[in-house]
Each structure stands twice: as C-alpha cells, then as structure tokens.
Ligand binder design. Structure first.
Ligand code: HXC
Length: 514
C-alpha cells in the first residue's frame, strides 16, 4: 500500500470507530436529549485541544454471544486536552455502545488515563453514562471497577477528580464518582443509583421511577451526592470550566492567580445585617460584598442550605468560604450541614486553598431526629476538619456565636490564625433567653412579675455576655472590627499567611469521624 492509501485507510477506520454504537444508537441517544460522548468532550475542552488514545481497543470477551459483538472503543473514549489552557485527562463513557457498560478493556482504558493524570499531576474528569459492570464479562468487570476505585482513592487529595453524571448510572458507575471530589448532574438527564427501579421492584416489590429514585434533583437536594446542578449539558460544562479556574492542578501547587478586582457591591456592608438579631438575612450577600468582582461560586447550593460553601477570589487568589446561612434554620449545624462543611474544609486543606469562615449561628440543632441520626458523629467532623487544616484559616463572627457553634466554626481554639468579630457579635454558651431561664430560674420564679423579671435578667445577661468584648479581653478574638473594614483586613490576613508553615506530628493518617 502507498503511504496515501495507508492514511486513507486510517481515516476510514477512525471514522467507523468514532461512530460508537452506530447512527441508530446515536439518534436514540439524542432523542433522549443527550449529547454523544465525543461531542461532550469536544464541548468541554478548549477548541482542537483533545487528543484521543486507545481508539482501536476491542473487548476480548467470548461468553453470552460477546464473541460476535464488536464494541467500538469498548464503549469509552479517553484522552487529554486543556480547559482555559490548563491540562486535563478525561474519559467519557459511550452509552451507545452496550449502554456504556464497563468490561475489562473499557476499565483498562479508564485506569490508563487515571494513571496518566496521577503521574502528570493534572486534574481528571470522568463523564459517566453507564449501566455499570458489564454483565456478560462477569468478574472481569468487577475487577475493572475495583481497579478504578483503588486509583480514585490513591489520587484523592493529590489531583482534583471531577465526575459528571450524564445518563442512567448504576452500580460501579456511581461508586467511582462518589470517591471523587466534585459530582456534576444535569436536570432530567442524570440518574444515579446502586440498583435501578427494576431490581428494586423484583427484590422489594417497590415501584419507583428512575427520576424519583435517583434523578439530578434528588442528588442535588436530598442525598448531597451531587455538588453542582445544571439545567442542560452545556450549562454543566460551563460550571466545570469555571471550577477548573478556581482549583490548582495538583496538591503541590496553588490555584492560578487572577488580576485583583474590587467587589461590585456598592453600599454599606453592615446594612446587610438586620438590627434585630432574630431577623434572618442572606449570608451570600456578605460574601459578595467581600470577594473580588462579587463573584462567589457556590458548591452544593441546594443541599443543607443552612451552611454555604464555595470559592471566591481575594486579591485574585482562590479562597474557600464557609458561612452559616441565617436564612435557613438560623444557620445551625446539623448532620448534613456538618458533612457538607467538613468535606469542603478538607478539600481546601488538601489543595492549598485558604479558608474564610463567616459565623452567625445559635449552635448545633437539638432534637431526637438529629441525635438519632448521629449528630455527635457528623458534628465532630467539623471539629476534626478545622483542627486538621493547616492552610490559612480566618474567621469573622458576624453576629451569633453560641455554644458548640462558637468552638466548631473555626475558633481560635481549633487553630484559627486570625479571629475577627463585628461589634454586634454575641459570643456565649447559649442565647440570652435560654441562659437567663437557667441561671436566674429561682429569681424569675420567685418574682412578683416573673415575665418582667425574666426581661430584666435577659438584659443583664446580654450586657454581660452577649457581646464580643469578653472574648476579646481574653485574646480569643484578635480584633473587634467595623464591618466596612472586613475586606481590607481579610486581604491583609491572607497576605501575611502566604508562607504559613504549620508542621504536625507524623502519622500514617488520622481517623476522622466518618
Ligand atoms: C451489559 C448493559 C448493562 C450492563 C445496560 N446494558 N446495562 N449491558 N451490562 N450492566 C445494555 C442493555 O442491554 C442495552 O443493550 C443497552 O445497554 C441500553 O440499555 P437499556 O436498558 O435499553 O437502557 P435504559 O432503559 O435507558 O436503562 C438503562 C439502565 C438499565 C437503567 C442503566 O440498562 C439497567 O438497569 N442496567 C443494569 C444496571 C445494573 O444493575 N448494573 C449492574 C451494576 S453492578 P442493547 O444491546 O439492547 O442496546 C456493578 C458492580 C459494581 O456495577 C459494584 C460497586 C461496588
């Protein structure tokens, strides 16, 4: 064959294999409102940056008629590319080829690109659209998943791992994402479950639709398995691109710095907080008044909204924000919000991202439901995560800091580097009403007018304890500040912390209260 013929032959082979499961299967995929695996990769990565590997890989299975089946690329596309110039490794499962199910060669392709990502120390993005372990390949499929989970775990905290759920994902196709850092879902397209509705009906006799069982909203709002929710695949890709701008390539680097920008917020930051301490407000308004360009990238917006987490930039440098949300349950810590905050704190710590904590909350949520759901174990995760973190840690107490909440929300005692409090901060063991009822019980009961006496005692308590000055007098608070000084002081605190070196005793690893 002449060179030209060789090249034409290669082109023909490529074209055929790149069709995945063929035109009919592609039409079916698109009729479901889904993009193809290849078009997803091309839409996500920078133009003409994608380089594919293992295009011609074939499965070697022989059972259950597999010897007569050709599965192009064995149902998965792998390669490298860039996002805004940052290198990434990527795989996308192709549902048009045997439902994107994972056989041995399919798994080998994924583990190959995972190994590349880990060796090259660049982020890994996995687009999942798969029925899970390929049933016809038996234990080989299970082995394949095991090897993926192993690599997810080894890579955890070393390179960012991002999972995108873009189809009905079952079994191993959801456990691998669960081991990664960020999971993206798209309304009506993403489904995640260990076993689908038909297995549930067979085993338990329960009938439920795929959407109700494990649709995008379920995971964004109820289970917390998803971190980002989008209305369309293209919106989802924009979210991933934005995330990539906020995180470093690996755990030895810092995130890329951007040109500093002043917040767009105009007005008085103190006006965001109502004068009545019982009135709620949206803490995201405070964050937007502080961060560069008022650009706050929220994570897990719809799950446990009583705590707000996400990234912003301070003088161009990525910063993690953890803030109680007075709009929801007065911003208390409960099982879910503790899990949400603790995991994010550990992410920031692993990837060299300073953490700013904004505190306004009455403590941990009391009640039988919470106690029985394990609020002790879940709540302890926040104590553990803050204590463990060695990145710069700065707290601003905006208003209430009561009881366990005061300690948990990155207090001086858990290793905060800088503690600021606004002048209306209330730092005490509990709120004035509860405290007065307990410590002045006798006086109140014996008074001629118990209600009037209670009011007097509440005021007495507020004057004595519900302020930041008792804590400031002991050095637990470094500085009581005017709200308008907040951004300036935070920028300074981050700047002076840039060479922070907090060495801890050697250990193999800790035993966090999972
Ligand atoms: C082989 C599979 C497959 C699988 C789907 N297909 N899942 N082939 N192994 N696991 C094939 C179908 O046979 C079909 O092939 C094509 O993919 C499309 O599937 P449909 O069922 O027609 O699509 P849909 O109705 O959209 O349903 C998608 C689905 C369903 C919800 C994913 O296919 C399903 O429930 N699959 C099984 C899910 C599951 O229980 N997997 C086991 C996971 S165990 P044709 O040729 O007809 O187009 C596991 C172990 C790991 O993963 C455990 C980790 C701890």
């Amino acid at each position: 064959m002449s060179l030209k013929k060789h090249i034409l032959d290669l082109r023909k082979r490529r074209e055929k294999v790149q069709l995945g499961g063929g035109e009919k299967a592609i039409e079916k995929q698109m009729a479901m409102g889904k993009m193809t695996a290849r078009s997803r990769i091309l839409a996500l990565l920078d133009n003409e940056s994608f380089t594919e590997y293992d295009l011609f890989v074939e499965h070697e299975a022989r059972d259950f008629g597999m010897d007569k089946k050709q599965l192009h690329g064995d149902g998965v596309i792998i390669g490298t590319g860039t996002i805004y110039g940052a290198p990434v490794c990527i795989f996308a499962q192709d549902f048009t080829v045997a439902g994107g199910s994972l056989g041995l060669m399919h798994a080998r392709k994924i583990t190959k690109i995972m190994d590349h990502a880990l060796k090259m120390r660049v982020p890994l993005i996995g687009i999942n659209d798969s029925g899970g372990a390929r049933i016809q390949e038996g234990v080989n499929s299970l082995a394949g998943y095991g090897e993926i989970f192993y690599r997810n775990t080894i890579a955890s905290g070393v390179i960012p791992q991002i999972s995108v759920i873009l189809g009905p994902c079952a079994g191993g196709a959801v456990y691998s994402p669960a081991l990664t850092d960020f999971v993206f879902v798209v309304d009506q397209i993403s489904k995640m479950f260990i076993t689908g509705p038909s297995v549930i009906k067979t085993v338990l006799g329960e009938e439920i639709s795929m959407e109700e069982l494990g649709g995008a909203r379920v995971h964004a709002e109820i289970t917390g398995n998803a971190h980002f929710f989008a209305g369309s695949e293209m919106e989802c890709f924009e979210q991933i691109k934005k995330l990539i701008t906020f995180i470093p390539w690996n755990n030895t680097q810092k995130a890329r710095a951007f040109p500093p920008k002043e917040p767009k917020f105009k007005g008085n930051i103190e006006d965001i907080i109502p004068a009545d301490p019982k009135q709620p407000y949206d803490v995201r308004d405070v964050i937007k008044a502080i961060v560069d360009d008022s650009d706050f990238f929220e994570i897990q917006e719809f799950f446990a909204p009583n705590i707000v987490i996400g990234f912003g930039r301070m003088n161009g440098q990525t910063t993690g924000f953890v803030a109680n949300q007075p709009l929801v349950l007065a911003g208390v810590l409960d099982c879910d919000s503790s899990d949400k905050a603790a995991r994010f704190i550990r992410y920031c710590n692993a990837f060299n991202i300073p953490i700013i904590t904004l505190e306004d909350m009455p403590g941990y949520l009391p009640g039988v439901d919470q106690e029985h759901a394990g609020v002790i174990r879940h709540g302890a995760k926040v104590l553990y995560a803050y204590s463990e973190a060695t990145v710069p840690k700065i707290t601003v107490i905006l208003r209430k800091a009561y009881g366990g909440g005061y300690i948990a929300m990155n207090s001086r005692h858990l290793g905060a580097d800088f503690m600021f409090a606004w002048p209306m901060a209330e730092i005490a063991v509990m709120g004035p009403e509860g405290a007065a009822n307990i410590i002045f019980k006798k006086e109140i009961e014996e008074a001629e007018d118990p209600d009037a006496m209670r009011e007097v005692k509440v005021q007495e308590y507020i004057e004595r304890f519900a302020n930041p000055y008792v804590a400031a007098a002991k050095g637990y608070i470094d500085s009581v500040i005017e709200p308008s000084e907040t951004r300036h002081l935070l920028l300074h605190a981050i700047e002076v912390s840039s060479n922070k070196n907090d060495q801890r005793p050697y250990k193999k690893h800790g035993i966090p209260p999972f």
